[in-house]
Design a protein around this ligand. Structure first.
Ligand SMILES: [Zn+2]
Length: 449
């Protein structure tokens, strides 16, 4: 905050759009000298998001129909953002694009090419609601005058219908940039060829268990300015992308401080982000990850809204050119994933064995809903990190029948990779008071701790 307050009056005027265009080149030099100091007032952008959030989309799982029922009326009204059909998915669903602005700098955004990665789609819906309903806002005016934005808020509607990563053909659309076997991949490629964007935003969700570097902090956001080739060198296109990534980091930082990582930058010749970079579009990958107590990713939706609006505005004003690429490059990489749940300090009660002191880790098939739990490890897990930890010191862990495997002689044992079904009780007696119950295939609320 102090840094932003320290910004010069000139930079504030620039941010407010008060600098006449004739001074624009001068302003750009100023920005380069001063460096990009932040995206503006996070509190103000947060309030903007509260106001324009599309309430009809309230959870991370929604269909193509539900999205466009909510967003369609906003982008079909006269003036403001405009909807068009970019093509049809493998199952024939219309893949819509939304265009906004008529400025010289072209920006392409696409989200949910993986059908179960919807955080940025929600944020794009909110962004277009803002642009549709607040055309006189200074930011909205700047974007309209200086940018032409094309966005595909749900590139893989068939995958979204099933809430799965792949499209209806079973193909990962983000590994189809070279082969172009999928209609969705061809839609994105054709849009790129027709539109020739200067900037691209490739919007995804990553493993909610990823952490920042070697820390125990969850990666709420991971950023990548993808390489344009195997050498991972920089050129002007990638350096511009790194500056935009630095802007995204600085915009997100006040909301998720210490929880931003850098995505692995190994070149992938089948991935769209990498190929867009090689096709001359300065592309940034934004991955929404995990955040505490955010099972529907509504907080990260807000972070996306704030970051995207800030980045678009910085591209519109040219202020992004003053952002230091080091602010991106210095981010720690995504680290080893943590477990979903750690039960620490329990005493395990298995029939036929003396009760024994052991920690237990659990991972879920659906980590956000805490459904489909499996036991990962049993024993001394003092160094283990988890998204959630239950202190079970003084409590007794009684495994359910599914959690126990029979050995060769028919004796039960608590085994890794079995369904995580157990009860924490006050005593070793199977009839003692229940403190908490975990059922593998039921959504399990955490105990208050
Ligand atoms: Zn993805």
């Amino acid at each position: 905050m102090a840094v932003r307050r320290a910004a010069s009056g000139y930079a504030r005027a620039l941010a407010l759009g008060l600098v006449p265009l004739a001074l624009f080149a001068c302003a750009r030099r100023q920005a380069v000298t001063d460096g990009f100091r932040g995206g503006g007032d996070t509190g103000e952008l947060t309030r903007l998001h509260e106001r324009y959030r599309v309430a009809a989309i309230g959870t991370r799982e929604f269909t193509h129909q539900e999205l466009w029922d909510a967003l369609g009326p906003l982008v079909d009204a006269a003036g403001g953002p405009e909807r068009g059909e970019a093509g049809r998915s493998a199952e024939g669903r219309p893949v819509y694009r939304v265009r906004y602005g008529a400025g010289p700098t072209r920006v392409l955004l696409w989200s949910q090419m993986h059908g179960n990665e919807s955080t940025a789609t929600m944020a794009l819906a909110d962004l277009f609601r803002f642009l549709a309903e607040a055309p006189d806002d200074a930011r909205a005016r700047r974007l309209a005058e200086r940018l032409t934005i094309e966005a595909v808020p749900m590139l893989n509607p068939d995958g979204a219908e099933r809430f799965q990563r792949r499209n209806a053909m079973g193909i990962d659309v983000n590994r189809d940039a070279r082969a172009l076997a999928t209609p969705e991949g061809r839609i994105l490629r054709a849009l790129h060829q027709r539109f020739r964007p200067h900037f691209g935003f490739n919007l995804h969700d990553q493993d909610v268990r990823a952490r920042v570097g070697a820390s125990d902090r969850l990666a709420a956001v991971a950023l990548l300015a993808p390489p344009f080739g195997p050498s991972r060198q920089d050129n002007a296109v990638r350096t511009r992308a790194k500056r935009v990534a630095a802007v995204v980091r600085m915009a997100a930082e006040p909301l998720v401080a210490g929880h931003i990582a850098r995505y692995d930058d190994t070149f992938n010749p089948r991935a769209f982000g990498d190929l867009m970079q090689s096709w001359g579009t300065s592309t940034v990958l934004i991955e929404s990850g995990g955040w505490r107590n955010d099972p529907e990713k509504q907080y990260l939706r807000r972070v996306n809204f704030v970051a995207l609006l800030t980045a678009l505005d910085a591209i519109a004003t040219g202020a992004y050119a003053g952002a230091d690429p080091a602010r991106y490059a210095e981010l720690p990489e995504n680290g080893r994933p943590v477990n979903d749940l750690l039960v620490r300090g329990s005493t395990v009660v298995v029939p036929g064995l003396e009760p024994y002191r052991a920690d237990v880790t659990v991972n879920f098939a659906d980590p956000l809903a805490r459904r489909g739990g499996r036991i990962v490890e049993v024993g001394d897990l003092a160094e283990a990190a988890a998204r959630d930890t239950i202190d079970a010191t003084g409590l007794f862990l009684h495994p359910g029948p599914e959690a126990l495997a029979q050995d060769a002689r028919g004796r039960p044992a608590l085994m890794v990779d079995r369904p995580a079904s157990f009860v924490l009780r006050r005593g070793r007696d199977a009839a003692s008071e229940v403190v908490w119950r975990m059922e593998a295939d039921r959504k399990t609320p955490l105990p208050v701790h």
